[in-house]
Design a protein around this ligand. Structure first.
Ligand SMILES: Cc1ncc(COP(=O)(O)O)c(C=O)c1O
Length: 395
């Protein structure tokens, strides 16, 4: 391990030097099947040829200007992204560099919308317990998990948490001190936990009645991950704001705040900004992702692959598996023991002859699978066979 990084991550042992498709290779030449996609980032796999070509062409042409100017590539990307989200009512976009930044932007829009319309005192934002919205001081405050709220206070004031699925708590919380409701349609970090249709629809109805902005954090669940371009499409509701990041540029840092009719005009000149946000290089990568993912057949294929994973996992009837949940290529597996030793065992198996498997956890006893959309059926089978072997040998 390098001595030069701050000690922020409990890192697993491999040090990677190359990737191709669904595979990563470490500096010792060992191969690992990647069921993580860099936490839902490398959605088209590693070294995806059209992405590599677009990046190298763009790097030759123009990498960055600053947001005092537009680039042709960023303009094309913004238009394509808004069109991809137009079914959810989105009309305009602000481009940032990460998920946390995207959520910060959405919260600023909700606060300004309310301030201009109703005056001071209506600035609170309600989020859900178990949510994860980022690591900045404000997005940590938005995150409804106590473990993130120690050591770094005081946090940005004005966030409140309610349990997902609790309609009464929702009704009570959305009072006239609230400007926004921020939620993940499917909570990723805390275990692949989808909100129920009734709850999401009740939330949308209450927000519309009380003129509270409904904000969906689709940073993990969006961009085709669940088999629809946005996970919220599966709930048949129209949010006011949607945030995206992670897979949006296939591995190049990017974030986006998309706004519907109510929110699209809230930011005015000077209200918000970013040095790097949506630069030409990131936009070139983003265009490839959108042109590939935002296609009916491609999305249907994600759903088919995800259903295949769920039915294989269920067919094992494995004594160590307590629950299996998933939509598209976003799968959570609750097991009867700590997940971390299984992640280590699936990696340790790689010895130059046998392949390893990379998985994620989401909470102490939940495995999380986020493979690239381009993964083949044979690769899915191989990865699941390694997972089963690790579960079997764990006793
Ligand atoms: C739902 C959700 N929101 C926000 C974030 C924060 O994104 P970033 O790490 O790009 O700031 C994450 C990251 O895991 C996430 O899963």
């Amino acid at each position: 391990m390098s001595d030069f990084f701050m000690n922020t991550y409990h890192r697993l042992p491999p040090v990677f030097s190359r990737g191709k498709g669904s595979w990563l290779t470490d500096i010792e030449g060992r191969s690992y099947l990647d069921f993580t996609s860099g936490i839902a980032v490398n959605c088209l796999g590693h070294g995806y040829a059209p992405l590599v070509t677009a990046l190298s062409r763009q790097a030759e042409k123009l990498i960055h200007t600053s947001n005092y100017f537009q680039s042709d590539t960023a303009r094309a990307f913004a238009e394509r992204l808004v069109k991809a989200c137009s079914g959810a009512g989105m009309q305009k976009v602000f481009l940032a560099n990460s998920g946390a930044e995207a959520n910060e932007g959405a919260c600023k829009i909700a606060r300004k919308y309310s301030l201009k319309k109703y005056g001071a005192g209506r600035h609170r934002i309600v989020t859900l317990k178990g949510s994860f919205h980022g690591r900045t001081i404000s997005t940590l405050a938005a995150t409804g998990q106590d473990k993130f709220h120690k050591d770094f206070g005081p946090f940005t004031e004005g966030f409140a948490y309610i349990p997902g699925g609790d309609r009464r708590a929702l009704e009570n919380a959305l009072d006239n001190s609230v400007c926004g409701l921020l939620m993940e349609p499917i909570q990723g970090e805390s275990g692949i936990l989808p909100q129920s249709e009734e709850f999401v629809q009740a939330a949308a109805k209450l927000c519309a009645e009380r003129d509270i902005l409904l904000m969906f954090d689709e940073i993990q669940s969006g961009l085709g991950r669940t088999g629809t371009f946005l996970a919220c499409e599966g709930y048949n509701v129209k949010p006011d704001l949607v945030t995206l990041a992670k897979g949006l540029a296939g591995g190049v840092p990017i974030g986006a705040v998309l706004a519907g009719e109510k929110a699209a005009g809230v930011f005015e000149s000077g209200d918000h900004g970013s040095t790097f946000g949506g630069n030409a290089l990131a936009a070139a990568a983003g265009l490839v992702v959108l042109e590939t993912v935002d296609q009916k057949e491609f999305l249907a294929e994600i759903r088919r692959k995800g259903e295949g994973i769920l039915s294989t996992l269920k067919s094992w009837n494995h004594p160590q598996i307590l629950d299996i949940r998933g939509r598209g290529l976003m799968t959570g597996i609750d097991i009867d023991r700590e997940a971390w030793p299984l992640l280590e065992a699936a990696i340790a198996r790689a010895d130059g002859k046998r392949n390893g498997l990379l998985m994620l956890s989401a909470g102490p006893k939940t495995l999380r699978l986020l493979p690239p959309y381009t993964i083949s059926g044979a690769e899915i089978d191989e990865g699941l066979a390694i997972l089963k072997e690790c579960l079997d040998t764990a006793g």
